[in-house]
Design a protein around this ligand. Sequence first.
Ligand code: BEZ
Length: 236
Amino acid sequence: MIQSTLLWQNLLAELPKTPQHIIDIGCGTGTLTNEIARAGHQVVGIDQSANMIKQARAKFPQLDLQIKNVLLPVMQTERYDVVFSNAVFHWIKDQDKLLQNIFTLLKANGQLICEFGAAGNIARIQQAFQHELTQLDREYHSPFFFPTRLDYATLLRSHQFKVEEITVYDRPTVLAGGAAGLKNWIEQFFATDLFKLSQAKQTLIIHNMVQNLKDSLWKQDHWEADYRHIKVRASK
Ligand code: BEZ
């Protein structure tokens, strides 16, 4: 927990120091949206999941939190100084639509400040999962968008952004739950593929992955996922 808090601080530190009008895309349960508000900004958090927004509103009733899909058309009245997002963009397939809408959401000279998975993110975990599916004569198609620094800079420029800073860094991340941390993570993030299999096969896959990844990702009393992230600051 201490470690992940420090990791958010890293991204929050990119925000301007003077109060800004900010939209937090994919705000989830609102933890970072609340931190942004606490730093003195006027912030709206959006998430397409009604369940996430329900939880966020229960935790932070004072915040402006809305169920909204960022890929839908942008209203003409909606403009922000900063578009912020943490650990969300790697889930979005239509990156062109995403960047097109973000560009529209920004005021002139506004900034996109975001972080998400980069090329190589969870490489060991994905390889281990792919290996297990291959053993069962199945294919794994990664649902994630994990770009290189160069590819993302090129994409941003193709959408008229000025790239101010892009950093790619290893971000080893402690998985909550102690010995069950990796199992929980696999069940949550590979759920779509796992649900297509019998319970016995799911159990076997998770058992094998835990064994195979022990040498590289088990650290004495916890699992540490091999996250590698890209941190971006780009302006309109
Ligand atoms: C992450 O890099 O934050 C991440 C990637 C895939 C699943 C969950 C988290």
